[in-house]
Design a protein around this ligand. Sequence first.
Ligand SMILES: Nc1ncnc2c1ncn2[C@@H]1O[C@H](COP(=O)(O)OP(=O)(O)OP(=O)(O)O)[C@@H](O)[C@H]1O
Ligand SMILES: [Mg+2]
Length: 225
Amino acid sequence: MAADISIPLILGTDSASDEFVKIDLARTGNLLLAGATKQGKSHCIHNLIRQIETLAMSPEMILFDPKKCEFGRYKDKFRVIETLSDAKTVLFSELFNEEIFKRTLNTYQDRYSIVIVIDELLDLIFMHKSRSKQYFSDRLRYEAIIKILTLGPEYNIFTIISTQTADKDILTKEILDSFKTRLAFRTINGQDSRRIIKKSGAENLLGKGDAILYQEGKCRKIQCP
Ligand SMILES: Nc1ncnc2c1ncn2[C@@H]1O[C@H](COP(=O)(O)OP(=O)(O)OP(=O)(O)O)[C@@H](O)[C@H]1O
Ligand SMILES: [Mg+2]
């Protein structure tokens, strides 16, 4: 069983009280960032990565960048996975099952943790950016992600995922259920908002990091830096 660790992060400021909104990723578990294109998801992720790298007990980071445009700047410091074939190797050979999680933990020190960042889910699951409602082009890649999301936190492996689609074929119930903490950026409509944070409202956000944090069934409006 994983040792007690903490990964404190500031998500932004509370729009009503102006106070910092803090989470401990090790307690809240996986973090979902969802919303339409150009509303601030990647911007927020860069901010979180900068915070994580300055932590005293900095977790190992694995950054999946299937768009090949977000994480190039971190290549000197962290593992950056850009191609789908590399993603497959890492997902399966290193992260896929509980035995591997246990081995990873035993190999390292007690307070070891991993933060996995996927920006963006759509590009990692789909081989082509096809929104035609077919099956996942690589069902196995999807299943590997589900396993990491559901089993990972128990072994101090936490995942931050961004997605610009709330389509139920990509942001499936299985995926949604593995995120107790969700950040909705501006969505294209109320239906997407309801899917992400279980109520409408995200469609009226202003963009540029304006977001609604959903946590333990409650929503609060925040501004991400
Ligand atoms: N918190 C913020 N404060 C000020 N400007 C912001 C903020 N977040 C995003 N922006 C602006 O909006 C632009 C788009 O943001 P970002 O790249 O994070 O969008 P995204 O949601 O990741 O979009 P995509 O889904 O297309 O990847 C940024 O280049 C930046 O100019
Ligand atoms: Mg982005």
